[in-house]
Design a protein around this ligand. Structure first.
Ligand code: SF4
Length: 392
């Protein structure tokens, strides 16, 4: 049965792939050397693309309950994928191509919810890339529904959709400038400048939004204190715009900086990057908190250093990290699990805090989910200005 499934596109049977480790490796921990397919399993697993046509293919809320996030609204997926290609992002290189649902299909998906809720959340990684997003929002509003969108890509942010969500009662908008300096944004291929971000910030507050949340990543390759200072400057400039645009309403909101540590994700150009250690990440966070503590109406929330470490291991680990996860489940304590795992020969450093070389075999090489290794490698080289060796 498993052998038959393994032969079909889209099925992955891990037990039919035997890992190899480099026994000649002189470092403390043997490096992953590849997988050998067993019992006729194909060398690579290919992805099957979901059908994205017709109302029955629209993913939407199945059960509306206050026990969940966004429990008061029907969430409807209107598009999937993204064409932007930010170099750290899995979606940009693996959910391909960008696909959209038609206006009619989205309206049909919303229809059953009409007696239950007046609130609809539109879901997509690149919502504003949908060519008919304004028509979708307008049609839903004409049916008496309020339209919400959890987070919006800032480069494509436009006034009509902003107006729709504000008129529906949404007071907070989330965007993702990702970095404070244009230099860091170029590195990750986020194609927007600080000047453009501030222009959009004005548009957001002028439309009546009260609070603005910004997702940012720190610990990017080559990041310096000047890049962190640029983040502080950006928040300060956003705050000034918020005050200017909100003063006449008599209510000032909050600029929130939501900080995440760069986690190198498999099957992205940054899969070879070195993640900064939790102590370095914590120091950068402290630095930011100290600077931003002096700026009123600006709040900071952040991924914890421990979460960054866990994500690094689960993101780039091979099967040997499975033992650590089992230990964690048994002990209920991450620290204790790491201690025991390392005593038995495991290595957090090996998986999490090491730059990989472009030709290193990777534990996910056999899973063909999107862009080719060559395309990812080209992007990684471009990010580093051709100097890949400097990162390894
Ligand atoms: S980070 Fe956002 S804009 Fe960039 S590729 Fe991913 S989904 Fe697209």
């Amino acid at each position: 049965m498993l052998q038959s499934l393994a032969a079909l596109p889209g099925f992955y049977v891990p037990s039919l792939y035997e890992p190899r480790y480099d026994q000649t490796d002189t470092s403390d921990y043997p490096t992953f050397a590849g997988l050998t397919p067993q019992d006729g399993a194909p060398p690579c697993v290919t992805k099957v693309r979901a059908v994205f046509d017709g109302p029955e293919t629209v993913a939407s809320t199945a059960i509306l309950t206050p026990e969940t996030e966004f429990g008061d609204r029907a969430m409807i997926e209107v598009a999937r994928g993204c064409t932007k290609g930010c170099r750290y992002c899995w979606v940009g290189y693996n959910i391909l191509p960008f696909r959209v649902h038609t206006v009619d299909d989205v309206l049909a998906a919303a229809e059953p919810w009409l007696p239950t809720t007046q609130r609809v959340g539109l879901v997509a990684t690149a919502l504003l890339d949908h060519p008919d997003i304004e028509a979708i929002a307008t049609s839903l509003r004409e049916r008496g529904l309020q339209v919400f969108s959890p987070s919006l890509i800032i480069s494509t942010l436009r006034e009509p959709l902003l107006r729709s969500v504000v008129e529906s009662g949404q007071r907070s908008i989330t965007i993702a400038p990702e970095a404070g300096s244009d230099r860091m944004r170029e590195l990750i291929m986020k194609k927007i400048t600080n000047a453009e971000i501030l222009e959009k910030t004005r548009m957001i507050f002028r439309a009546g939004v009260l609070n603005l949340k910004n997702y940012v990543i720190i610990g990017l390759p080559g990041e310096t204190e000047a890049d962190l200072q640029a983040l502080v400057n950006l928040c300060t400039a956003m705050r000034e715009i918020m005050i200017e645009e909100s003063r006449h309403r008599g209510r000032i909101g909050t600029i929130t900086l939501s900080v995440n540590c760069l986690i190198p994700k498999p099957a992205t150009p940054f899969q070879w990057a070195q993640q900064i250690r939790p102590s370095e990440y914590a120091a950068k966070l402290r630095w930011l908190r100290r600077r931003l503590a002096k700026v009123p109406n600006v709040a900071i929330e952040a991924m914890s250093p421990r979460s960054a470490e866990i994500q690094a291991l689960t993101s780039r680990g091979d099967r040997r990290v499975g033992d650590l996860i089992e230990l964690w489940a048994e002990t209920g304590s991450w620290r204790q699990a790491v201690r025991t795992w390392e005593e038995r020969g495991g290595s957090v450093d090996h998986f999490a805090f090491r730059a990989l070389k472009p030709n290193d075999p990777l534990p996910w090489d056999h899973l063909r989910t999107g862009a080719s290794s060559k395309a990812l490698g080209n992007q990684w080289r471009k990010a580093l200005g051709g100097n890949v060796d400097a990162a390894a």
